[in-house]
Ligand binder design. Structure first.
Ligand SMILES: Cc1cc2nc3c(=O)[nH]c(=O)nc-3n(C[C@H](O)[C@H](O)[C@H](O)COP(=O)(O)OP(=O)(O)OC[C@H]3O[C@@H](n4cnc5c(N)ncnc54)[C@H](O)[C@@H]3O)c2cc1C
Ligand SMILES: *[C@@H]1O[C@H](CO)[C@@H](O)[C@H](O)[C@H]1NC(C)=O
Ligand SMILES: *[C@@H]1O[C@H](CO)[C@@H](O)[C@H](O)[C@H]1NC(C)=O
Ligand SMILES: *[C@@H]1O[C@H](CO)[C@@H](O)[C@H](O)[C@H]1NC(C)=O
Ligand SMILES: *[C@@H]1O[C@H](CO)[C@@H](O)[C@H](O)[C@H]1NC(C)=O
Ligand SMILES: *[C@@H]1O[C@H](CO)[C@@H](O)[C@H](O)[C@H]1NC(C)=O
Ligand SMILES: *[C@@H]1O[C@H](CO)[C@@H](O)[C@H](O)[C@H]1NC(C)=O
Ligand SMILES: *[C@@H]1O[C@H](CO)[C@@H](O)[C@H](O)[C@H]1NC(C)=O
Ligand SMILES: *[C@@H]1O[C@H](CO)[C@@H](O)[C@H](O)[C@H]1NC(C)=O
Ligand SMILES: *[C@@H]1O[C@H](CO)[C@@H](O)[C@H](O)[C@H]1NC(C)=O
Ligand SMILES: *[C@@H]1O[C@H](CO)[C@@H](O)[C@H](O)[C@H]1NC(C)=O
Ligand SMILES: *[C@@H]1O[C@H](CO)[C@@H](O)[C@H](O)[C@H]1NC(C)=O
Ligand SMILES: *[C@@H]1O[C@H](CO)[C@@H](O)[C@H](O)[C@H]1NC(C)=O
Length: 766
C-alpha cells in the first residue's frame, strides 16, 4: 500500500492552533531550531532557514530535525500542511540508521537531503534525525513561503512500521495521527554564515537560548478556524464508510471522524493472538476468532459508554461481528416494512453493494468447508419438515422453509466488509480524510442550520471542525451513538414533547456539566421521537447434542491456543477452521400469526459457541415482529435500552414459541439427536418465559432514528435528513424502520448506498 499524503484535506486556514513553534537549541549540536514538541506523542519537529534573499528568489532549503520516542515507527511532516498539495518528508529508524523518504502521491525525487553528522542517532528511548533539505521549498503542484508569518505546517506519526524499513521506497500504511501547528517562518532564519556552517556539518554558535521546544497555548496566536469541508461524517462503521466513499467519489471534500482506533491490519491494527505474531493479521482479520470477541478480557473495542455490544473502532460493528451477510430482499425495503415508497426500488443499490462486496458461503480459500457436521444433522431435521436446500443469497426473496450454508462478507479468508473495500477506495482520494480517536460531542447549530461539529480534539480551536457554507453533517454513529449525538445537539424527546412529568433526554443532557453548556438554547430544541421505535431480533438458544458433532471446544481456546494444524494451515493458506466464523447453517420459515401478521423465524446453527459450554446451539431469532422498545441515555449520558424491545407483543411470543416447538418436534426423527437446553424437565413455554432478556439481544438494533414521511412519527425524512434541520442527516442502522429478514448489515449497506445517492441528489448541498 502506498502512503497517502496528508494532502491537506484537513488543512487549517489562518489558524488558531493551540500549538505554536518556538525557538530552542539542540544540545547535541548547538543548532538553533524553531519548532515544537507535540503534546500527545512527544515528537519534536525543528527547522531553521538561511536568510531571506534581498532580491530574487529565496533560498530553497532549510535544516530540520525530528526527535522521536521509539514507539513512533515513522514520522513525517509537510511544510505546507495548509495546502492541498503538500510534499511529505518522512523517516524511520532501521538498524540504528535513519531511513528517509520524500513523497508526493508516490516517491518524489526532487529534494536533496543530507543527514548531518552530529545529533542523528538511535538510542534506547528515541530516534533522532538532523538533516539539510535542499530543493525543498517547492515541488510539482505546491510550495511553501519561507517568509510567511502565519504558516501552518502539518505533522504526522505512525505507530505502524513501514513494510520494508530498509527501503526508502517502501509501502507504508497511512499515519495513525496527525496535526497542525502555527509557525512564523519569517522569524526562523539565521545569518548566512551561521546557516552555512551548520549546513556543512558544523556545530554551535547559535542562539544561547537553551530552552527546549515547548507547547504553548498562547493568547497571542492569530485566530481562525480549521478549514471547512463539504461533508463531515461521524462514525466509520457500515453506514459511515459507504457514505463517505460514495460522497468522496462524487468529488466532495469529506472528513470522516471516528472515535475508535485501528481494527484490521490494513487499518494499522495491532491486536493479535500470539500465534499470529510476525504477520499483519489481527484479531479482527481472522474470522475464526469471532467467538473470542465475547470472552477476551482485553475487550478494548467495545464502546464503554453503551450498555449493549457496540464496536468503537474502525469498521464499527462490522469489525467485530459474525459477518453473516444476506443480500436484501424486496420485502426488506417494502412499504409494509415501513420504508417510504421512494426507497422500495433498492435493486440498483443492492447490486452496487454486491459488486463491491460479494457474499461467500465458503470463505476458506481452498473452497472447502470445515466442521460441517451440524449442517448435515440439522439439514436432515429440516428436510424432514419440508425445507429445501438453497444457496441463500441466490434467492434473497425466498425466506420460507429454506436452509443453506451460512454466508459472509469475508474476503480471501479474512474479514472483508466495508473496511477492506469501500474504505480503501475512499482513502485513495485526496478529497477524503479520516481522523481517528476523535469523538464528536455534538453538532453545532444555529437553529436549523448545522455549521460544524464539536469534538474532543484538543489540537483544533474549540475542538471544532466546520462545514463549508452549504456543507452537511451525516451522523453514522450507530443506533445508540447517533441517537445520543442528537440528544446532545438538542434534538430528541424533551419532557415538553411527551407531556410527561419526567426529565426526558435533552433535559438529562442539560443537567450534565460538560454537555449541558453545548446545547443550543431550549427555544431551538427540536422535538423528535429519537430513541423510540427501536427493534432488535429476540434471540433464543436451543442446545443439542449429536455424536457426530465436533464442537471445537466451544471455540474457547481459539485466541490463546488453537489446534496447531489449524494455525499452520491458516497462516500458510488462509484456509481451514480459522477462515470462517462459527455459524455453519442458516434457515428460515414464515409463520402467519393469529393477528394476521406474518413473522419469519431465522435459525443460525453453530458447532459450539463461546457462551455455551456444551455441544451445539441453534439460535433462533424472529423478524416481521411488532415489538418495539425504546433506547436513550441516563444521567451519566450512558446509552442504554430504556424499554426492552423483545417479545413485548404477545403474538411475537406465541409465534416464536411455535417455531421453537416445531424444531424440537423434529428431533425425534433424527437418530441420536438430543436437546439438552431446555432439558427434558423444562417445557418450552417456561423456558421462553424465564429467558433472561439481557441474553435475547441479537445486536441488531434499528429504528432509533426511524425514516418516514411525517415529522414526529419519524426522525429523518425520505432523504435521511433530520426533520427540522437544513443539513443534518443520519445514515446508519438507526434509520431502518423494521428488521429485515436476516442479520441486518447487508440491508444497511444497501440502504447506505441509496442514502448517499439521495443526499448527493438533494438540492442545496455543496
Ligand atoms: C457482536 C455483534 C455481532 C453482530 N453480528 C452480525 C452479523 O453477523 N451479521 C450482521 O448483518 N450484523 C451483525 N451485527 C450488527 C451489525 O454489525 C450492525 O448492524 C452494523 O455494524 C451497524 O452499522 P452502523 O453503521 O449503524 O453502526 P456501527 O457499525 O456501530 O458504527 C458506528 C461507528 O461510529 C463510531 N462512533 C460512535 N459514536 C461516535 C462519536 N460520537 N464520534 C465519532 N465516532 C463515533 C463508532 O466507534 C463506530 O465505529 C452484529 C453486531 C454486533 C455488535
Ligand atoms: C520527550 O522527549 C524528550 C526528548 O525530545 C525527552 O527528553 C523527554 O524525557 C520526553 N518526555 C516524556 C514525557 O517522555
Ligand atoms: C528540484 O526538484 C524539482 C522537482 O520538484 C526537480 O524537477 C528539479 O530537478 C530539482 N532540482 C535539482 C537541482 O535537484
Ligand atoms: C535518547 O535521546 C533523547 C533525545 O536526544 C534523549 O532525550 C534521551 O535522554 C536519550 N535516551 C537515552 C537513554 O540516552
Ligand atoms: C499483509 O501481509 C501480506 C503478506 O506478508 C501482504 O501480502 C499484504 O499486503 C499485507 N497487507 C497489508 C495491509 O499490509
Ligand atoms: C445442500 O446442498 C449443498 C450444495 O448442493 C450440499 O453440499 C449439501 O450437502 C446439502 N445439504 C444437505 C443437508 O442436504
Ligand atoms: C477523544 O475520545 C477518544 C475516544 O472516545 C479517545 O480515544 C481520545 O483519546 C480522546 N481525545 C482526547 C484529546 O481526549
Ligand atoms: C444564525 O442565523 C441567523 C439567520 O438565520 C443569522 O442572522 C445569525 O447571524 C446566525 N448566528 C450565528 C451565530 O451565526
Ligand atoms: C405535571 O406537571 C405540571 C406542571 O409542573 C403540574 O401542574 C401537574 O399537576 C403535573 N401532573 C402530574 C400528573 O403530576
Ligand atoms: C498450503 O497450501 C499448499 C497448496 O495447496 C499445500 O501444499 C500446503 O501443504 C498448505 N500448507 C499448509 C500448512 O496447510
Ligand atoms: C431426561 O434427561 C436425562 C439426562 O439427560 C435422562 O437421564 C432421562 O432419561 C431423560 N428423561 C426422559 C423422560 O427422556
Ligand atoms: C444469534 O446468532 C446471530 C448470528 O450469529 C447473532 O447475531 C446473535 O447475537 C446471536 N444471539 C445470541 C443470543 O447468541
Ligand atoms: C414511532 O414512534 C413515534 C413516537 O412514539 C410514533 O408516533 C410512531 O407511530 C412510531 N412509528 C412506528 C412505525 O412505530
Amino acid at each position: 500500500m502506498l502512503l497517502r499524503l496528508l494532502l491537506g484535506v484537513l488543512p487549517f486556514l489562518g489558524s488558531v492552533l493551540s500549538q505554536e513553534a518556538t525557538e530552542y537549541t539542540d544540545p547535541d549540536n548547538g543548532i538553533t531550531f524553531w519548532g515544537l514538541t507535540d503534546v500527545v506523542h512527544n515528537v519534536t519537529y525543528g527547522y531553521v532557514f538561511p536568510p531571506l534573499a534581498t532580491s530574487g528568489p529565496n533560498p530553497d532549503e532549510y535544516i530540520a530535525e525530528l526527535v522521536v520516542p521509539l514507539v513512533n515507527q515513522w514520522v513525517g511532516f509537510a511544510m505546507s500542511g495548509s495546502m492541498i498539495d503538500s510534499l511529505l518528508i518522512a523517516a524511520w529508524p532501521n538498524n540504528g540508521e535513519i531511513v528517509f523518504t520524500t513523497r508526493y502521491a508516490t516517491v518524489y525525487p526532487g529534494p536533496t537531503i543530507t543527514t548531518l553528522p552530529t545529533g542523528t542517532y538511535v538510542n534506547a528511548t528515541h530516534w533522532k534525525w538532523v538533516f539539510r533539505c535542499q530543493n525543498c521549498t517547492s515541488w510539482l503542484g505546491g510550495s511553501m513561503d519561507v517568509s510567511s508569518t502565519g504558516a501552518v505546517p502539518a505533522w504526522c506519526v505512525s505507530t505502524i512500521p513501514v513494510d520494508t524499513p530498509s527501503d526508502p521506497g517502501t509501502s507504508m500504511v497511512q499515519h495513525t495521527d496527525f496535526g497542525f501547528y502555527f509557525f512564523d517562518f519569517d522569524s526562523a532564519h539565521v545569518s548566512a554564515a551561521q546557516y552555512d556552517n551548520w549546513a556543512a556539518g558544523g556545530t554551535g554558535g547559535g542562539s544561547t537560548t537553551t530552552t527546549t521546544a515547548t507547547t504553548t497555548t498562547t493568547t497571542s496566536a492569530p485566530t481562525g478556524t480549521a478549514t471547512p469541508v463539504d461533508y463531515i461524517i461521524v462514525g466509520a462503521g457500515a453506514g459511515g464508510i459507504i457514505t463517505a466513499d460514495r460522497i468522496s467519489q462524487a468529488g466532495k471534500s469529506v472528513l470522516l471522524l471516528e472515535r475508535g482506533g485501528p481494527s484490521t491490519g490494513e487499518t494499522g491494527g495491532w491486536y493479535q493472538p500470539d500465534w499470529a505474531k510476525g504477520t499483519n493479521l489481527t484479531k479482527f482479520d481472522i474470522p475464526g476468532l469471532f467467538e473470542s470477541m465475547f470472552t477476551d478480557p482485553n475487550d478494548f473495542w467495545w464502546c464503554k459508554d453503551i450498555t449493549v455490544f457496540a464496536g468503537c473502532l474502525i469498521g464499527g460493528g462490522t469489525s467485530v461481528n459474525g459477518a453473516l451477510y444476506w443480500v436484501p430482499s424486496d420485502s426488506d425495503f417494502s412499504t409494509t416494512n415501513g420504508w417510504p415508497q421512494e426507497w422500495t426500488d433498492h435493486a440498483p443499490y443492492t447490486a452496487a453493494m454486491v459488486a463491491r462486496l460479494p457474499p461467500t458461503d465458503h470463505p476458506s480459500t481452498d473452497g472447502l468447508r470445515y466442521l460441517e457436521q451440524t449442517s448435515v444433522v440439522v439439514g436432515e431435521l429440516l428436510k424432514n419438515q419440508g425445507y429445501s436446500n438453497v444457496t441463500i443469497n441466490n434467492v434473497p426473496d425466498s425466506k420460507d422453509h429454506i436452509y443453506g450454508y451460512s454466508a459472509y462478507d469475508f474476503i480471501g479468508g479474512q474479514r472483508g466488509g466495508v473496511v477492506a473495500t469501500y474504505l480503501q477506495t475512499a482513502e485513495a482520494r485526496s478529497n477524503f480524510q479520516m481522523k481517528i480517536y476523535t469523538e464528536v460531542l455534538n453538532v453545532i447549530r444555529n437553529g436549523s442550520q448545522i455549521t460544524g461539529v464539536k469534538t474532543n480534539d484538543t489540537t483544533v480551536p474549540g475542538g471544532i471542525y466546520p462545514l463549508n457554507p452549504n456543507g452537511r453533517v451525516i451522523l453514522s454513529a450507530g443506533s445508540y451513538g447517533s441517537a445520543r449525538l442528537l440528544f446532545k445537539s438538542g434534538i430528541g424527546p424533551t419532557a415538553r414533547l411527551f407531556h410527561e412529568n419526567l426529565t426526558d433526554m435533552i433535559d438529562l443532557v442539560a443537567g450534565d456539566p460538560t454537555a449541558g453548556p453545548n446545547l443550543p438554547p431550549s427555544s431551538e430544541w427540536i422535538d423528535l421521537p429519537v430513541g423510540y421505535n427501536v427493534s432488535d431480533n429476540p434471540s433464543i438458544n436451543l442446545v443439542f447434542t449429536h455424536p457426530s458433532v465436533n464442537d471445537y471446544d466451544n471455540w474457547a481456546d481459539v485466541f490463546t491456543d488453537p489446534p496447531q494444524a489449524d494455525v499452520e494451515q491458516y497462516l500458510a493458506n488462509r484456509s481451514g477452521m480459522m477462515a470462517q466464523a462459527s455459524p455453519r447453517l442458516n434457515f428460515w420459515r414464515a409463520y402467519g400469526g393469529t393477528d394476521g401478521v406474518t413473522r419469519w423465524l431465522q435459525g443460525t446453527v453453530r458447532p459450539g459457541a463461546a457462551s455455551w459450554n456444551t455441544s451445539y446451539p441453534f439460535n433462533m431469532t424472529s423478524t416481521g415482529i411488532k415489538s418495539r422498545g425504546r433506547l436513550g441515555i441516563n444521567a451519566a449520558l450512558t446509552a442504554l435500552p430504556l424499554v426492552n424491545p423483545w417479545l413485548v407483543d404477545p403474538v411475537d411470543k406465541t409465534t416464536l414459541l411455535q417455531g421453537l416447538n416445531d424444531i424440537a418436534s423434529g428431533i425425534s426423527a433424527v437418530p441420536n439427536m438430543v436437546m439438552i437446553t431446555p432439558d427434558n424437565t423444562t417445557n418450552m413455554v417456561d423456558y421462553v418465559n424465564d429467558y433472561d432478556p439481557a441474553t435475547m439481544d441479537s445486536n441488531h438494533w434499528i429504528g432509533s432514528n426511524i425514516i418516514g414521511t411525517t415529522a414526529g412519527k419519524a426522525v429523518v425524512d425520505v432523504n435521511t435528513k433530520v426533520f427540522g434541520t437544513n443539513n443534518l442527516f443520519v445514515v446508519d442502522a438507526s434509520i431502518i424502520p423494521s428488521l429485515p429478514y436476516g442479520n441486518p448489515h447487508g440491508t444497511l449497506m444497501s440502504a447506505a448506498e441509496q442514502a448517499a445517492a439521495k443526499i448527493l441528489a438533494l438540492a442545496g448541498g455543496p
